[in-house]
Design a binder for this molecule. Sequence first.
Ligand code: AMP
Ligand code: ZN
Length: 452
Amino acid sequence: MPLKLYNTLTRKIETFRPQDPQKVKIYTCGPTVYSSPHIGNFASYVYWDLLVRVLQANSYKPYRVLNLTDVGHLASDADEGEDKLEKGARKNGLSVWGVAEKYIKEFQKGYAELNLTPPQVVARATDYIKQDIELVNLLTEKGYTYETTDGIYYDTSKFPHYANFARLDVAHLKAGARVTLSNEKHNSTDFALWKFIQPNEQHAMRWDYLGQPGYPGWHIECSTIIHEELGEPIDIHTGGIDHIPVHHTNEIAQSEAAFDHKLAHYWLHSNHLTSEGQKLSKSLGNGYTLDDLLAKGYHALDFKMWVLQGHYRSERDFSIHDLKAAQNRRLKWRNEVARCKQGIETADNSANVISEIVSTLNQDLNSAGSFAIIDNSKVSSLDFWEKVEELFGLGLLEDKNITSQQAEILDQRAEARKRKDYAASDLLRAELEKTGITVLDTPSGQIWQYLS
Ligand code: AMP
Ligand code: ZN
């Protein structure tokens, strides 16, 4: 079963065919680094980690770029409102650069805790300002832009396929816009490529362009970074479904008008997470971070397990309660590994089961289906679990071995059982449990298992 993915471009499940199997070019729209990343943000990066691992399992070599938005993402998609970084800086009492630094670190920490495969390139928007300006100049030369007092805008009426990607009803948008088009935009879908900083405006990040201070619009960085780091067309572009109608539509308009190539062959979009029935939000107290989950006794990888129990295109509702089942499943798998390490392995036809798992994953990243295969499989060997770990990165092999003190208690207990001194053996088990492991009696003797 070859890898099949749902392509937003065609709204169809398609067989994946990369341009070069040895370098599958992937771009992921990254976080805006102005506040602590919440579990909704991280869920999307868990899905793209799965994508990378599944590509590898199909013998492809992914080459992936992730951007970090540290400038220009305004509070509203309509190029209005404050830059989120400026807002974050004020809230934290830090400089804009300081705020970016702080939240890039938090993002990287969570990324590592979730065992997410590092991208080949991590690109900060502010490192590409010169190239952004070159791209705006190119679009101007080609007649796609106009200037207002507010900045340089992209004239979406000049790009005939503008509405195609998101299946936008532009006629309807225009009708609605006639009333609300209050600034100097020519069309309601036009967007800022570059913003001028007005004399009364606070904006610490600033660069000179056209003789005045300004900063890039949000969408330009992705077109620029893709052009610089990957080259069009790329194979796969990923992001959240919120990106379809504006951000990705605008990326396509910029890149395809400037460089005369299709931007990406496959577009993958992850659906959103709600939390306890509502939109994730700090003020509602349901916008959990990974540290919040840790404080409640859950490892980041328990959350990863929860994410992978669902499908990236389904809307999911998170609850702390459901995390328990994911934690239990991960504990069960870790204890399977512990059994194997103690020499209890089943006859090894792991290759067949692994190929069944990969076939299931190849159906548009069906991780939930592949987990059912793992749970129902009679196979358990170190070789098998190593392959499972490669596919999902759930930290199944990371546990430390038992200590010499625990080994000694286990020996004493084995002796006690030989003497049929069950009272002593129960006491020794209780002693073990205080150290975080327990012991089971099996036909092949006692084995230890993790308690958490
Ligand atoms: P942002 O930092 O707001 O640009 O978001 C970073 C990524 O997280 C984007 O791909 C968003 O689509 C995604 N995202 C934001 N909120 C959620 C949510 N509640 N559930 C899932 N993904 C989200
Ligand atoms: Zn983007």
